[in-house]
Design a protein around this ligand. Structure first.
Ligand SMILES: Cc1cc2nc3c(=O)[nH]c(=O)nc-3n(C[C@H](O)[C@H](O)[C@H](O)COP(=O)(O)O)c2cc1C
Length: 354
């Protein structure tokens, strides 16, 4: 049915990469040449049409019920096709409660790239969500090794079955089962794309443990970290893929929980209320804006001012962290600095490959 298979993947902590290699291994075991290509900042997009009978796949994590922007950007520049067959596999936040494997949620993660590819002539024959261990260690500690291993075993079987069916020429539309939920949560995925991902990129910092090895800067798959004042600084390009935090040899990259809760509280609560109050006192807007039908003025001020404070606050934090005691304070009030807050990287032999 197919002559060869090319799998593109983007991965922060190795889950999507592992899935891509599992598929390649299975294909090779059936005598099919398979190529696995990492999508990162400088990966060239193919310029010419794929040969007939080439199966093209995409594996990537789900971020904020959405596709990572680097993948969207890559697919956006793909050449047109006349029916080349493709598949999409999104890895999600799998967990395990006692013996029960719990799934993550895709939102628009599969549908958006599928529609983009379909609109330029590709035929999607496989949609597969894969619930590998959650890597979102800004919000929860990494899963225990035993749990990770058992989730991996389960997912390997699912991926093998998926690959076998595809190579047999069957269509696998596993993801359609989740479509109603995906539609329900799609507004959140849009908000994440427009706003959430930028806000999240401003929650990471290098603590006093940083020894300037620059590994995070060199290894960032999207080139989002730069050196400012001799310390790593996360720019808006950051996709929160969690690579830096999980691979830092010094465990020096943290999420500033307390600092950001404080900043968000100032940004979206206290300061907008004060501004509205002052504007009201000077008669620029109705005095009781918050209580009356002029609420939209309040919401507008809240959003506009809030965003400025969030994004400006990060710069200020970065500047202030040159003072050791401020660095200690922000580090000590971060949850990720605790020893029990495990880091996560996909286990296995694919870590060093491609
Ligand atoms: C910022 C961020 C957002 C995430 N959003 C979702 C989500 O919306 N749904 C989900 O199921 N998993 C979500 N996850 C979990 C990852 O998609 C999941 O752990 C994935 O397998 C990681 O793949 P990787 O190791 O290839 O990066 C999120 C993780 C991060 C870091």
């Amino acid at each position: 049915m197919f002559k060869n298979i090319i799998i593109y993947f983007f991965s922060g902590t190795g889950n999507a990469k592992t899935a891509a290699h599992w598929i390649a291994e299975k294909a090779k075991s059936q005598g099919l040449p398979a190529e696995v290509i990492r999508i990162e900042k400088h990966t060239p997009v193919p310029h010419t049409r794929f040969e007939e009978n080439t199966l093209v796949g995409f594996c990537f994590p789900t971020h904020g019920f959405n596709t990572p922007p680097i993948v969207i950007d890559f697919i956006r520049r793909f050449p047109k096709s006349k029916g080349t067959k493709i598949f999409l596999l999104n890895t999600r936040a799998g967990m395990k409660l006692s013996k029960l494997f719990t799934p993550g949620m895709s939102g628009t993660a599969l549908w958006w790239p599928a529609m983009m590819l379909w609109s330029i002539g590709y035929a999607c024959i496989g949609f597969q969500p894969l619930d590998l261990p959650s890597n979102w260690i800004s919000v929860h500690p990494g899963l225990r090794k035993k749990v990770v291993d058992s989730i991996f075993n389960r997912c390997r079987k699912i991926t093998d079955r998926f690959t076998e069916k595809l190579l047999d020429g069957k269509r696998v539309y596993q993801a359609f089962w989740g479509l109603p939920v995906d539609i329900l949560i799609s507004p959140i995925s849009i908000l994440y794309y427009l706003f959430g991902r930028f806000a999240l990129s401003k929650t990471y910092f290098a603590s006093y443990k940083c020894n300037n090895c620059d590994k995070c800067i060199k290894d960032c798959p999207v080139g989002a970290i730069k050196l400012v004042d001799k310390r790593p600084f996360w720019t808006y390009k950051c996709e929160s893929c969690m690579h830096c935090m999980n691979y830092c040899p010094e465990r020096a990259i943290e999420t500033g929980h307390a600092f950001f809760i404080f900043l968000w509280w100032l940004a979206f609560s206290i300061i907008p209320v004060l501004i509205i109050d002052v504007l009201g006192n000077y008669g620029i807007i109705p005095e009781d804006t918050i209580k009356t039908g002029y609420k939209y003025i309040y919401y507008g001020v809240q959003f506009g001012v809030g965003m400025w404070i969030i994004f400006g606050g990060y710069g200020l934090m970065h500047f202030l962290m040159r003072f050791k005691w401020i660095n200690y304070l922000i580090t000590w009030t971060s949850l990720t600095r605790f020893r029990f807050w495990r880091r996560y990287k996909a286990p296995g032999r694919f870590l060093r490959m491609n």
